[in-house]
Design a binder for this molecule. Sequence first.
Ligand code: ARG
Length: 418
Amino acid sequence: MFFCILQVVYLMAKLVLAYSGGLDTSVAIKWLQEKYGYEIITLTLNVGQNEDMKFIEEKAYKIGSIKHYSIDAVEEFVENYVNNAIKANALYQGKYPLSSALSRPLIAKYLVKIAEIENAEAVAHGCTGKGNDQVRFEATIKALNPNLKIIAPVREWNLTRDEEIEYAKKNGIPLSVSKTKPYSIDQNIWGRSIEGGIIEDPFIEPPEDAFELTKSALDAPDKPAYLEIGFRNGIPIELNGEEMNEIELIKFLNEFGGMHGIGRIDHIEDRLVGIKSREVYECPAALILIEAHKDLEKFVLTKLENEAKEYLDALWTKLVYNGLWEDPLRKDIEAFINSTQIPRVTGKVKVKMYKGNMRIIGRKSEFALYDIKLSTYSSESQFNQKNSEGFINIYSLQTVLAKKVEKINARREERTKV
Ligand code: ARG
């Protein structure tokens, strides 16, 4: 009995840390052990960031993780996160395809899951106090398990980059920061975000060394390339007439589009926390697929549906950017979106790429509302042009009336002046 009590007392509390393998979260392993006395369990999710998961695992153990979870979540990420973004044509402020924003609620979900499996008291992430990611992680964690303690070491420790490197050296934490490429990168299958360094000056063009997935338009092939993308129920399923696994399709578009100089984004972004930041991204597949998907929607949905959808797409995008993935509003909007997609957003879109430029040059669908018998200027036309006269009379009724009243009043004013 006495022995049992002693054992309970000696059991250290556990914490699950979202571990990327980078400097911040590596330092965090040691710092959380030292400062809070936790046993650290690390978790790395593969969301298509093209990193050596085995290497990350070994690094975690070397620094002091007592147990490491390496989870391949690419499929889940594409199916439940990316696909909703495609269907919502999600481009925050018209530019950013939410690549990082989409991955956070998924990582948060696994943090909670592992914490529950391991009976951990707390979870931690490596976000700063200046960005959106902290909000995305914490809002999701709280929604899924409000009893978990959340620690954000980077937000707490207030170390400069140099002090952090110093701490790492002192504690034997392997370093891989290079002085020549001082960018902070976040990558997954939906895109790559590049922050920090010289690109913090919004007037300076991002240097070539910031980019990895995309070629400069100058170095892109001199011949235009054509692709035919097939969608079913709003989701890409086919490339040049061949059914293809979606993960492979996205990877292919990242490579192919990148080679043609497609996918670079440079814009000023309004973060949820109020800061304006200059953001640089490379998202070839995301930009190609959203452009193609939007084009197909215009072909098959009614004008009113497209108008309502534009509004609800933007609302979905803002909600996700702002970290409220778990708010029921997301699923409410998705119910509307899915009702527009299934089965009608099905068909093919032809894309032409040439030296950093991308254009949709054709579309085809069995659900098309495009009717050549109505739109043609040839003698085949079945549109009764006489109907337009009456339509215009009614359509313009109030505009004509308002102009008439305006003129009467202008004349009256003229007369009183004389
Ligand atoms: N500004 C983008 C967003 O809020 C990119 C964030 C990238 N995150 C990172 N930890 N480097 O989604």
